[in-house]
Design a protein around this ligand. Structure first.
Ligand code: CA
Length: 219
């Protein structure tokens, strides 16, 4: 994805959060460079700061992006009060985040936007590698080193959720909601049972930590 942000510190923070969330990130420090980058790289999503230097600010850039493509755009604003004004402009942005944002909120927003806009993009989902572990969401294939590992559908979904949320602690309830669905009223121990199976099948290739009293964290 492309991050357009002139403040170096914020850009690096966004970069870190998004990489941790499993995204490949390209940075641009002004609107013109951002638009070029989007045209060249066809990213899955654009994070666009509103206050940009030069002749084109983030709002102008958003309008321009809309004219050129249907890439999802998330606006980044420094102030809550701006949001109403931004929405009133009907720029065609898919969402917005307000500084300061938490890593989890940011990644969740991006994922939500990608899910909403997914049908046209599903085919670009990339395989995820963490150390020895290789997870391919499209082929539903898991390898530990060179060895293919057979997982049940639920184990696969749980593993994919873990690696897509690398570095983020997930509670058992969040895992149930995400993998079993919010309508599933099972026991939280169901998660533990599936985690045990994943650990048994993947061994040391699975970098999954138990966070006592909370849940699990991958990576
Ligand atoms: Ca700025």
């Amino acid at each position: 994805m492309v991050v357009v942000e002139d403040d170096r510190n914020i850009a690096d923070l966004l970069d870190l959060y998004l990489r941790t969330g499993g995204f490949r990130v390209l940075q641009a420090s002004d609107a013109e460079r951002g638009l070029d980058l989007v045209e060249r790289e066809k990213p899955c999503c654009v994070l666009l700061d509103i206050g940009l230097p030069g002749s084109m600010d983030g709002l102008e850039a958003c309008k321009e992006l809309r004219r050129r493509s249907d890439v999802p755009v998330i606006l980044v604003t420094a102030r809550d009060e701006e949001i109403d004004r931004i929405l009133g402009l009907e720029l065609g942005a898919d969402d917005y985040v307000t500084k300061p944002f938490s890593p989890r909120e940011l990644v969740a927003r991006v994922r939500a936007v990608l899910r909403r806009t997914e049908p046209s993009r599903k085919g670009t989902e990339e395989a995820i590698h963490i150390g020895e572990l290789h997870v391919d969401p499209l082929r539903r294939e898991v390898r530990s080193g060179d060895e293919t590992v057979q997982l049940t559908a639920r184990e696969f979904d749980l593993l994919t959720h873990f690696v897509e949320n690398k570095g983020i602690v997930r509670t058992r309830q969040q895992l149930l909601d995400a993998v079993w669905g919010p309508g599933w009223f099972g026991d939280e121990r169901t998660v533990d049972v599936h985690v045990r199976q994943l650990r048994r099948k993947l061994g040391d290739a699975l970098p999954l930590a138990t966070v006592w009293g909370v849940g699990y964290r991958c990576g």
